[in-house]
Design a protein around this ligand. Structure first.
Ligand code: FO1
Length: 308
């Protein structure tokens, strides 16, 4: 069994590639839930949904989130009624949030709800939320503290960021199966997800980082950075705000206590010796994933490293 740590869009691309290269039933995916929030009374788990839609063959490849071909009738009517529409919830996507909200209110844990939705969507991989507890990424900006979705979607990551923290994480516990999956994995893959807002919250759940440090199975990461910029999104800004060098090296330093191999872009090949000084093996290749062939190609290279 291969364990994958991921956020939403960046990780989904590699996971799509992996799901074409090995039987998805071999994959256990531990997913960030600190981006989760409530809108219109609905529990929304953007990263879980992005990964679920990807593995169910429903995802919108152009946007990287949501369901392909979805319509926005509910959102349009909400706008007429004076509602906020900065977070673009599609009609079919809303069905997921209604289902999640209904089951959570009936007393199920997020991990059970996720299992149930995955079953109903015919997903063979196992998808685990990092925790069943409420953890929320908060972004301290020059204008005050806001949620990650407000920073990312509503304000288009424009405010200056002073710091990022994960409210509730200290008292949280890993969801059932998370630590066990890490401990029994044949290999572990860290997706090219935002080190601060996607992988960071997973590692901050008490017990997770420790579990990763103890494994003997290979731990292989893919850089989310090329040069000084994130492949997509604001990772470079958030890393700088957290005192991390915004580069593949900065990302790797953050994982150095458990990472065995790091896949970086060929453009960053010059970082190889510095990465090796951290005790991390390096593979430099093209890590941009535009086509399915790119995703499968990178997945094959990562699987080869995990197999060693
Ligand atoms: N991202 C956007 O940039 N704009 C949106 O309107 C938006 C809506 C949305 C709806 C459902 C969903 O599951 C995800 C959605 N995302 C949207 C993506 C998402 O918020 C971010 O990509 C992740 O939180 C970052 O990992």
């Amino acid at each position: 069994m291969i364990v994958i740590l991921t956020g939403g869009t960046g990780g989904a691309k590699l996971i799509e590639g992996l799901s074409h290269e090995i039987d998805p039933a071999q994959l256990t995916i531990i997913c960030n839930t600190a981006d989760d929030f409530v809108l219109y009374g609905l529990n929304i788990s953007p990263d879980l949904d992005t990964i679920m839609y990807t593995l169910a063959g429903l995802s919108d490849p152009a946007q990287g989130w949501g369901i392909q071909g979805d319509t926005f009738t509910v959102l349009q009517q909400l706008e007429k009624l004076g509602g906020e529409t900065w977070f673009r919830l599609g009609d079919k996507d809303i069905a997921t949030h209604i289902t999640r909200t209904r089951l959570l209110r009936a007393g199920l844990k997020l991990s059970d709800v996720t299992d149930r939705i995955c079953d109903n969507l015919g997903i063979k991989a196992r998808i685990l939320p990092m925790s069943d507890d409420h953890i929320e990424t908060r972004v301290e900006t020059s204008e005050g503290v806001i949620s990650f979705q407000e920073y990312f979607v509503k304000q288009h990551w424009q405010p200056e960021v002073k710091s990022v923290f994960y409210a509730g994480v200290e008292k949280s516990r890993p969801a059932p199966g998370v630590v066990e999956a890490i401990g029994s994995a044949a290999g572990i893959i860290l997706c090219p997800s935002n080190p601060v807002t996607s992988v960071g919250p997973i590692l901050a759940v008490p017990g997770v980082r420790n579990a990763l440090m103890q494994v003997t199975a290979p731990v292989v990461g893919v850089s989310p950075m090329i040069g000084e910029s994130a492949i997509s999104g604001p990772a470079h800004r958030l890393m700088a705000a957290q005192g991390l060098e915004p580069s593949a090296l900065g990302a790797a330093k953050n994982y150095a206590d458990f990472l065995d191999q790091f896949v970086i872009d060929s453009e960053d090949e010059a970082l190889t010796s510095k990465l090796e000084t951290l005790g991390i093996g390096v593979v430099a290749t093209s890590i941009r994933m535009k086509s399915l062939a790119d995703k499968q190609g990178l997945a094959r290279q990562v699987l080869a490293l995990v197999d060693k």
